[in-house]
Design a protein around this ligand. Structure first.
Ligand SMILES: Cc1cc2nc3c(=O)[nH]c(=O)nc-3n(C[C@H](O)[C@H](O)[C@H](O)COP(=O)(O)O)c2cc1C
Length: 189
């Protein structure tokens, strides 16, 4: 079994794989109240400006700061409350450690035990603020590879992660909405 304790998790094959991935990744345990992060990789730290020690044990919502009324956040809240949803992709405005806002395209997927009990939620983050179409294509390819491999590592621990190609595609509209929200915010400043 993969441990939900941060120190133990960091020694696991899943943490090793996350460390060498080219995209931002994070994971929370479902057995700890309010889904605090138990691990994030270096790419997550590069994207957000936070290091592992600053984020572990915290729910990722802190990156929304005061910007809570966002469709992406409501969709994540519904996803967290509804274990029948395997995966979610959504976009919302987040803030980096230095206070700069960015459009965060988030992918969430449940990792379950054989009896379908949810154990972990695995996530990836992508900065979709600027010209992103080619970068997004590369990112989506990487995300498919990563979710495949994480699925395989999970299965070695008698865990399962569902992945679907359709979920990884089709993000243009939600990014456009969040970009508009970011522009409106910047104009209002
Ligand atoms: C593994 C994981 C990673 C997450 N990453 C982010 C993130 O990068 N940015 C963000 O705003 N929310 C992120 N969330 C979602 C928030 O933690 C939270 O679920 C969301 O804000 C909805 O819940 P709330 O309405 O209680 O805040 C993540 C959730 C999980 C489980």
């Amino acid at each position: 079994m993969i441990s939900d304790d941060h120190a133990e998790f960091s020694k696991s094959s899943l943490a090793d794989y996350m460390d060498q991935a080219r995209i931002a990744l994070s994971i929370t345990s479902c057995s700890i109240d309010d889904h605090p992060l138990i691990y994030v990789n270096q790419r997550f730290c590069d994207l957000t400006g936070h290091n592992l020690d600053q984020v572990k044990g915290r729910n990722c919502r802190f990156m929304q700061r005061e910007l809570r009324e966002q469709d992406g956040r409501f969709r994540m809240r519904d996803f967290m409350r509804d274990p029948s949803q395997d995966q979610l992709r959504c976009a919302l405005v987040n803030y980096r450690a230095d206070g700069s806002p960015f459009v965060n395209l988030i992918y969430l997927s449940r990792i379950r035990s054989a009896d379908k009990r949810e154990c972990f939620i695995f996530a990836s983050q992508f900065d979709a603020s600027h010209d992103f179409s080619t970068r997004l294509e590369h990112y989506d390819t990487d995300l498919r590879t990563v979710t495949n491999t994480v699925g395989k590592i999970a299965s070695e621990h008698d865990l399962m992660m569902d992945q679907s190609v359709e979920m990884i595609a089709n993000s243009a509209r939600m990014i456009a909405e969040s970009k508009l929200a970011l522009k409106r915010m910047q104009r209002a400043q």
